[in-house]
Design a protein around this ligand. Structure first.
Ligand SMILES: [Zn+2]
Length: 248
């Protein structure tokens, strides 16, 4: 099924909400400072924007509702998102989706550590339940942060499909949002995500969601450590005002 938003929609991608690692650390830009995140969300709230989890964004993606909304997603399930972002989500009334690496609750970002990224803890089961109890959504990011395009078909299917059941057991809520690790996927993985029962799947393809986009291959807008508020606003406003705008 294709997305049918009335206006192009932005789905923001965050990873860690934490103070910046030392200069020279790989992928340092993927950590947004807690104070900056809080400021951005408060300003957006004041300007009338509503941040929504993929579950809450669903009717907007399908063209059943229209509003000044954006998707809010976090990849990998870092504990620092619970620590630093959840209080801000409570304060602003925003909801968000955190895509968890299903087989590793309480673990760390083992897939990044060999690249020189500092180890950072992932949410434990009790923390995942705290996240859910606050009205936030758990999404799936495979069992093991698998690079699906480098994985045999049967194993890719297991990574996509089993992550859902594993996370539903922990979160005690339906898990209907999926995200491709590294943004790596092929058409066969889109089919697998759909067949596994997810309602949406997100990628790292940059851009806004337009009518006709595949709901299981949705583009997103990355937010980095250095993304200033005017740039963030521009990404959202352009999307809101420009009904038939060029892909951005
Ligand atoms: Zn990831």
């Amino acid at each position: 099924m294709a997305a049918r938003p009335v206006r192009p929609l932005s789905i923001l991608t965050y990873h860690q909400i934490a103070p910046a690692a030392p200069r020279g650390t790989p992928f340092r830009g993927l950590s947004v400072d807690p104070a900056r995140f809080a400021r951005h969300m408060r300003w957006l709230r004041r300007l009338g924007w509503q941040g929504l989890s993929m579950r809450d964004l669903d009717p907007y993606l399908r063209g059943e509702r229209e509003g000044k909304v954006f998707g809010l997603t976090f990849d990998d399930g870092y504990r620092n998102v619970l620590e630093h972002a959840l209080p801000v989500l409570r304060e602003t009334g925003f909801t968000a989706t955190n895509y968890l690496v299903a087989a590793h609750p309480g673990g760390e970002n083992f897939w990044d550590v060999p690249k020189g990224v500092p180890a950072s803890p992932l949410m434990r089961p009790d923390e995942i339940q705290t996240w859910v109890a606050a009205g936030q959504e758990v999404g799936a990011h495979t069992l093991d942060h698998a690079d699906l395009t480098a994985t045999a078909a049967l194993e890719a299917q297991r990574q996509i499909t089993q992550a859902r059941g594993v996370l539903e057991a922990v979160a005690q809520q339906p898990v209907e949002a999926f995200c491709y690790p590294y943004g790596h996927y092929g058409p066969e993985h889109v089919d697998m995500a759909r067949a596994a029962g997810y309602r949406t799947a997100t990628t790292t393809r940059r851009g806004r969601v337009h009518a006709g986009d595949d709901l299981w291959a949705l583009p997103r807008v990355p937010v980095l450590r250095t993304t200033h508020f005017p740039a963030l606003m521009q990404k959202l406003m352009t999307a809101y005002e420009d009904r038939r705008g060029a892909r951005g």
